[in-house]
Design a protein around this ligand. Structure first.
Ligand SMILES: O=C[C@H](O)[C@H](O)COP(=O)(O)O
Ligand SMILES: C=C(OP(=O)(O)O)C(=O)O
Ligand SMILES: [Mn+2]
Length: 449
């Protein structure tokens, strides 16, 4: 074990700085008790695993690998079931297989999973039929149900977040190392899906090619054990700093701090203020860090973020997750990439084509068009191709379930279909077929690069 769970050394320099988007906990004593309890809990991940992910992301930064980061917008406590977790994982593994094989590139797989329970919101309250209540801020804070009781922030939920993360991660580790993720199962991940969907059929054809390639390698004497397990990492937005800092521990090997709630943490668009608590917190931990960059990001901000978060200029430490919107990426991204590259920093650039493309349908559903998502990814590839830099990956909101939350895709979903299976607690996710469609299209773009 590489983390000494006994020496809790939660870092508290962030406490003197303004922290955006923190819950208004009504009972501070209860919060203090919860923090003390969380501080005694064992780590969910080990420092050495975070270091390994940083090494993998270093390869992405150098242009030798591609990052696939995806999962729910908001995980929910009542969705910690084997089927839902397996479906999500299956979707990510299928996307990974498509990108690796069709894109001919090693893929680093990171889930928005086992900790993605906290949401920043654009408004503090929500009004329905004349009733105004605090907004839902994720299961770690309050309940989704639209009642005054459910919407009161309850610090006990932070402990449920820990336990839900632990159960999820345990299952993810079992699936990814216990044989289910064996590349020889490449067809099995597609059963129940193939017949019904064009994306599934396209995937089946690719899986047959992968089979042939593996038979060839076996015949050449390659070790089949190589394909038995898959490296898979967890990540979430580091939003509720009381939780993240309670899970920050000193690594006994190096004496440095790691947030052991996930392998990778990212700072959101709404909390990345240079003089704010979130960036301060992120600057103190050794995990790989992501920062979301929206369309208003200036070159100065990007360069200062690098100075604060990656002072040693270590490839793999810092990932910029751009989320400009399909209409803005071709205009906003070039200057950022150009100036950051000219500064000598080697960050990972990945594209979140979801958060700049959200709109409200006439039915009131928050949704995204598959075509806008695709267009933003295209813009991302175009910009990097033009500058001769590496399009390092994608960051997507998806689920393995057959939901109707985003419109378009090969198995077309129309605006009028949205109500059918609209299950997200926050933002609209790509369903399995839309996710696979996207993976095939991204693989083509990567190959053309
Ligand atoms: O990912 C989450 C959302 O984009 C974020 O919570 C803002 O959503 P809102 O505008 O509905 O509050
Ligand atoms: C809130 C999110 O994104 P952003 O910070 O980019 O708005 C998210 O990733 O769910
Ligand atoms: Mn979201």
């Amino acid at each position: 074990m590489t983390v000494n769970a006994e020496t809790h050394a939660g870092d508290h320099t962030w406490r003197s700085l303004p922290a955006a988007q923190q819950p208004d906990w009504p009972d501070h004593e209860a919060l203090r008790d919860v923090i003390a309890e969380l501080e005694s809990y064992p780590p969910l991940v080990f420092a050495g695993e975070c270091d390994q992910l940083r090494t993998r992301l270093g390869a992405v930064a150098r242009g030798e690998a591609f990052l696939l980061q995806g999962g729910d917008c908001a995980e929910a406590f009542d969705a910690v079931g084997a089927d839902q977790i397996r479906n999500k994982l299956k979707t990510l593994l299928q996307m990974g297989a498509v990108l690796t094989y069709a894109g001919s590139v090693p893929v680093v797989k990171v889930g928005r999973i086992a900790g993605q329970y906290s949401k920043p919101r654009s408004k503090p309250t929500e009004t329905r039929d004349g009733v105004t209540l605090p907004t839902y801020r994720g299961d770690s804070v309050n309940g989704f149900e639209f009642t005054p009781e459910a919407r009161i922030p309850d610090p006990q939920r932070l402990k449920r977040m820990y336990h839900a993360s632990a159960s999820t991660l345990n299952l993810v580790r079992a699936f990814t190392t216990g044989g289910y993720a064996d590349l020889r199962q490449v067809h099995a991940w597609n059963q129940d899906f193939v017949k019904s969907s064009p994306a599934g059929q396209r995937y089946e054809a690719l899986a047959r090619e992968i089979d042939r390639a593996m038979n060839f390698m076996n015949a050449c004497g390659a070790d089949p054990e190589e394909f038995r397990t898959v490296e898979f990492y967890s990540s979430h937005e580091a939003l509720i700093l009381d939780y993240e800092s309670a899970l920050t521990r000193t690594d006994s090997r190096t004496g440095r701090l790691y947030d052991v709630s996930a392998h990778m943490l990212w700072i959101g668009e709404r909390t990345r203020q240079l003089d704010g608590a979130h960036i301060e917190f992120a600057s103190r931990i050794r995990n790989p860090i992501g920062v979301k960059l929206g369309p208003t990001t200036t070159v100065e901000e990007a360069l200062t973020l690098i100075d604060r978060l990656d002072p040693e200029r270590e490839p793999g430490r810092l990932t910029f997750i751009t989320r400009m919107g399909a209409g803005k990426i071709r205009d906003r991204l070039p200057e950022l990439v150009e100036k950051v590259t000219a500064s000598g920093a080697q960050v990972v650039w990945i594209c979140d084509p979801m958060h700049g493309n959200t709109f409200e349908a006439a039915s009131g559903h928050k949704t995204r068009r598959f075509d806008d998502v695709l267009d933003e990814v295209k813009g991302f590839f175009e910009v990097h191709k033009h500058l001769g830099t590496h399009p390092g990956g994608i960051h997507v909101e998806l689920t393995g379930d057959d939901v109707t939350e985003c419109v378009g895709g090969g198995d077309e979903i129309f605006v009028d279909d949205l109500h059918q299976r609209y299950e997200t607690a926050c933002d609209p996710r790509l369903n399995r077929s839309q996710s696979l469609d996207l993976a095939f299209l991204v693989a083509e773009m990567y190959r053309d690069q």
